[in-house]
Design a protein around this ligand. Structure first.
Ligand SMILES: C[S@@+](CC[C@H](N)C(=O)[O-])C[C@H]1O[C@@H](n2cnc3c(N)ncnc32)[C@H](O)[C@@H]1O
Length: 548
């Protein structure tokens, strides 16, 4: 690949998902425009919003077609686009439909974070200010894009915190902050953005910022475009000062309700308030991810009829430490100068690192389990209540081969997720799932990253493990997880800890739920399968309804 090509930002780096005409049309349908409305499209692409806006604005002016277009592009519409091809295409499209562009217009090719439209000096909230402000901001800011590395730190200083909360360094979050702060009082912002805005903990600061700056209405878009399957929302915001509620998909959620959830989630609902008035699971249990081996094929074996087939043997050896080798394993192939110097020194001294060699056997060895060199491996599966571990991991000498493989591998393999919890009793669930699929985790397992786990905090009675397991299998718990805590497919250990603890269940019902859960695990251990449709699971779930 040529350097020029490598340096050119890709479609993905620019967060380019062009808005279909129909979606832009719907969003603009109810906005009111006058000949004086000043509008900003901060990432205009090839003009999905610009063209319909020009169509409406030219009709509000008088004069020849050229004069009208000139007024629209000088006084009404302001736009920025970083990709010169898209910017040029937008200008061409405007010219093709409305005639030659006037010499002076405000559709600029620039980085929005480098660019400021200027106004005459005036006294603003932070002192003298000459930045132009707008009545309306519309668009679809880049999502998951990258920032200009030369100003990343500066941007973090400028936009990284509001109202004492962190604003995640994500393109759409910083676009929103900058645009809201360029809105006039009562100005409106209409943006398509990722639905991660609704619940995910890292967007908490942005949600707080928006609620403190004005009135939020947000609605999920049933369909966006073929370019991405990622769910999108329309954020419809009015800058009229701190608001007392958020309107999500037409439902009013009071600020007090939103604030009951730790992540200030817009997925909250009034009927869920009781769940958030007490402790969280994190007060009783700790969640953890498991480890990523990097090459399961080398070390993890499927159990078939109580035996495994071992196709490899493992040998340890020393390898010289070299700067070249370390750079190849480092993140983005980069190491600090200090680190490089340290490695050069190690290289000069002839230092070595312990490595493992994985050698195929001529004929796979059949090994009957249990075996001292293998431990049960908690791989993810979609089962609930309990499932006998169906994999083992080669764990001779406390996992020496796996841990050496990770330590001498790429940078992202170095940490060992969940290591302090290896072999402890707890519960576990499938990381990527549409609902919480929890099951009992017997003692003795090594933990895989596909199945995060929860363990009782010191001093918490053992029965609480069974209660939490029963609670996490209930429909109410899954609803809270997926609508309030984090609606994405990923169920991280922190999400588990943030779940409410079912303090509202009375002592008799609690005891009964624990007894039933113990029973279910025993049955599952004897081979009885359970699903969310099993009558026993449905009955168990009812114990956690607020009215019971
Ligand atoms: C999601 S697309 C939307 C484009 C257009 N607004 C639409 O709705 O079709 C985001 C656009 O932002 C542009 N972009 C990315 N980073 C930018 C930046 N720092 N300044 C200005 N534009 C940027 C991308 O090139 C892309 O065209």
């Amino acid at each position: 690949m040529t350097t020029a090509k490598r340096d050119r930002p890709s479609k993905r780096q620019l967060g380019q998902f062009i808005t279909p005409e129909s979606v832009a049309g719907q969003m603009l349908a109810d906005i009111e425009l006058t000949a004086d409305t000043r509008i900003l499209e901060p990432s205009l692409g090839d003009g999905a919003f610009i063209l319909p806006l020009v169509r409406r604005l030219v009709a509000l002016h008088t004069g020849s077609p050229a004069e009208r277009l000139s007024k629209v592009l000088a006084d009404n519409l302001h736009g920025v686009e970083l990709d010169h091809k898209l910017h040029a295409r937008c200008l061409q499209r405007v010219a093709a439909e409305f005639g030659n562009l006037p010499e002076k217009h405000n559709l600029v090719h620039a980085d929005f974070f480098h660019h400021e439209f200027e106004a005459s000096w005036r006294w603003g909230p932070d002192g003298l200010d000459d930045r132009l402000t707008f009545d309306l901001v519309v668009g679809n800011p880049p999502f998951g894009g990258t920032f200009d590395a030369s100003i990343e730190d500066e941007l973090d200083r400028d936009y990284g915190e509001r109202f004492g909360h962190k604003i995640k360094k994500e393109t759409y979050a910083f676009f929103i902050v900058k645009c809201v702060e360029r809105l006039n009082r009562d100005g409106r912002l209409l943006f398509i953005c990722s639905d991660s805005l609704l619940t995910i903990p890292t967007m908490k600061g942005l949600r707080v910022f928006l609620m403190n700056e004005g009135q939020v209405r947000v609605r999920r878009l049933p369909e966006f475009s073929d370019e991405t399957t990622y769910p999108m929302v329309v954020l419809d915001f009015r800058r009229n000062g701190r608001s007392e509620a958020v309107i999500r998909d037409g439902e009013r959620i009071s600020r007090a309700t939103v604030e009951m959830s730790e992540n200030k989630s817009w997925g909250m609902s009034e009927d869920l308030r009781p769940a958030f008035a007490g402790p969280t699971i994190g007060n009783f249990m700790v969640g953890t991810s498991g480890m990523t081996i990097g090459k399961n094929k080398y070390f993890v074996r499927k159990i078939v009829n109580g035996s495994i087939l071992e196709p490899y043997r493992f040998e340890f050896h020393e390898e010289p430490i070299t700067l070249e080798g370390e750079l190849a394993r480092a993140r983005l192939g980069k190491l600090s100068l200090r680190k490089q110097e340290q490695i050069r020194q190690q290289e000069r001294l002839g230092e070595t690192r312990r490595c493992v060699r994985v050698l195929p056997r001529e004929k796979p060895l059949t090994i009957r389990l249990p075996h001292a060199d293998y431990k049960q491996y908690n791989k993810s599966n979609g089962k609930i209540v309990h499932s006998e571990p169906d994999h083992v991991v080669y764990w001779r000498n406390a996992g020496e081969a796996v841990l050496t493989f990770k330590k001498s591998g790429n940078w992202y393999l170095r940490g060992v997720g969940g290591q302090p919890f290896f072999e402890r009793e707890g519960l576990t669930w499938q990381l990527i799932a549409s609902r919480l699929k929890t099951r009992y985790l017997p003692a003795g397992c090594i933990l895989d990253s596909g199945a995060p786990c929860g363990f009782l905090l010191p001093g918490v009675p053992h029965d609480e493990l069974l209660l939490v397991l029963a609670w996490t299998l209930s429909p109410l718990c899954s609803r809270i997880l997926k609508s309030v805590i984090n609606h994405t497919m990923n169920i991280q250990s922190k999400d588990f800890e943030r779940l409410p603890y079912p303090y509202w269940v009375n002592p008799e019902a609690k005891e009964e739920a624990i007894r039933r859960m113990r029973d279910l695990i025993d049955h599952a251990r004897n081979g009885e399968p359970f699903s969310f449709d099993s009558p026993e699971i449905i009955t168990l779930g009812k114990a956690f309804d607020f009215h019971t």
